[in-house]
Design a binder for this molecule. Sequence first.
Ligand code: DGL
Length: 267
Amino acid sequence: MKIGVFDSGLGGLFVLRSIQKKLPQYDYVYFGDTARVPYGDRSQAEIYRFTRQGVEYLFTQGCSLVILACNTASTQALRKIQREYLPKRYPNRRVLGVIIPTVEAALARAPKSVGVIATQRTVDSNAYVKKIFKRTEHVRVFQQPAPQLVPLMESDHVLEAKRMVAAYTQALARTQSSVVILGCTHYGMLRSAFRKSLPVKTRLLVQNDVVPAKLKDYLQRHPEISQRLSQRHTVVINLTKVNPHVRQHAWKWFGKHVPLKFVALAK
Ligand code: DGL
């Protein structure tokens, strides 16, 4: 069995790159819904349906464990997938999200204040705020939606995205937060722009640094899952639309030999 990584688009590939560096032995299957990205301003029903389709596809490709690298999907679809869909259809498979591991990493050094920058849907869900306050009340939390960043990164307008980072972080920078969570897969690709725009003393929490270690830990704690995983060092990338710049990124991060497959899903 393999490890599946789901994202609404290109951003999760960057997270998969970090996972693969830390745990190179496993076999990975990526699903990026590049034809329907961005998810960030879609309805919950739509995000759930799209996410379930992607997860189902990853299951057909032999994945027993799927990571929703997408924060928006983690906030809008994960719970229903775990509580309703898996028990009925795939009781022996697992789907994990990124919100709780990210919150745990953010709170690890007992910060006084936490900033969260994410898509509009993720911010509106208050998922980060709720999960933080469930663990501690001794912290202030600030949220900032950044609705333009995903569309700009997906259309390869990186310079414009960097300019928008400066604008989106102005209010967050004034909060002087101890830590700022980049709560979207795509934002990791803009790490240096965020670094420049936030105070030096603010710690930047990027999911590329969090998810691989948390996955390693999960696999150690769940031998019933890890023992079923094949170890042939492979990566296969599935996309609902193969854009030239996504292909360039895939080649840059995984080498030109990486199989890039087009997947057609029901509308
Ligand atoms: N990768 C998604 C996330 O982490 C981006 C959401 C979107 O498609 O708008 O939230």
